[in-house]
Ligand binder design. Structure first.
Ligand code: ZN
Length: 249
């Protein structure tokens, strides 16, 4: 009897250990990731790595919807101005991964408190071809319905990608400063003065913002075996918007 009890106890212990194990190798949900590493870009050849502490969402700021086009533009030895970890194609929603996730990118420059390049993965959403920037981050749009559809597509892909990355790097999407936009990074003092991507959602009058984004990532993350999944809020919009900003380019 004692032996049987001991065997059962050992079996239960093993099962509970298996349940406590955290898998971080799950595949991304509902998003295709195409590896297209920018091996010629000086940022790649610099070869620096980071300990990933967060994720920064960007929008390219010009009407080039094709992720492949961005890959071609930036995969050059003489393109030393910038480099990001991925572009989300506005027509297909496909993510073109352009740097290894733990590579140090050049996506947000720096601010008085340092640089998000040292801590955050940076991903760009491509923008509809129907936009025409007039000054700074202000644009006019020749086809609002099609543009909203494309922007919604990149938003959804970004949610799925960020949930995957939160799982992979064990990040809590609802912790302040973990998932930020470029504009919020600027408010936090770790990025240059840009207003992306919120300028896009606001001017296209879409009901999207970084709080909704974080909330949607948290919802998606529940399907993963993520250590924070039981602590994530459920359906209620979080209220830790970091600051308000203008339309600085
Ligand atoms: Zn940006």
């Amino acid at each position: 009897m004692f032996r049987l009890g001991a065997v059962c106890f050992l079996f239960m212990l093993l099962c509970s250990c298996r349940c406590l194990n955290t898998k971080t190798d799950e595949k991304p949900l509902d998003v295709t990731i195409e590896p297209c590493i920018l091996t010629r870009n000086p940022c790649y050849t610099a070869g620096r790595k980071i300990d990933v502490k967060g994720l920064m969402l960007h929008s390219v700021g010009c009407p080039v919807p094709s992720g492949e086009r961005w890959v071609k533009l930036w995969n050059r030895k003489d393109y030393g101005r910038a480099c990001v970890h991925g572009f989300i194609d506005a027509h297909s929603g496909v993510v073109y991964q352009t740097l290894p996730w733990d590579h140090r990118g050049w996506h947000c420059a720096s601010g008085p408190k340092g640089s998000g390049n040292n801590t955050h993965i940076g991903v760009e959403m491509c923008e509809p071809e129907f936009l025409k920037y007039t000054h700074g981050a202000t644009f006019v749009c020749s086809n609002e319905a099609a543009s909203r559809e494309m922007v919604q597509r990149t938003y959804c892909s970004a949610v799925n990608l960020f949930a995957y990355l939160c799982n992979r790097f064990q990040l809590n999407p609802e912790e302040p400063g973990v998932i930020v936009s470029h504009a919020e990074g600027n408010c936090l003092g770790i990025a240059s003065a840009h207003s992306d991507p919120e300028h896009l959602w606001r001017q296209l009058k879409m009901p999207l913002n970084m709080d909704s984004f974080r909330q949607d990532v948290a919802k998606k993350l529940r399907v993963y075996n993520h250590p924070f999944r039981k602590h994530l809020s459920s359906g209620r919009r979080t209220k830790h918007q970091i600051c308000h900003y203008g339309t600085r380019g």
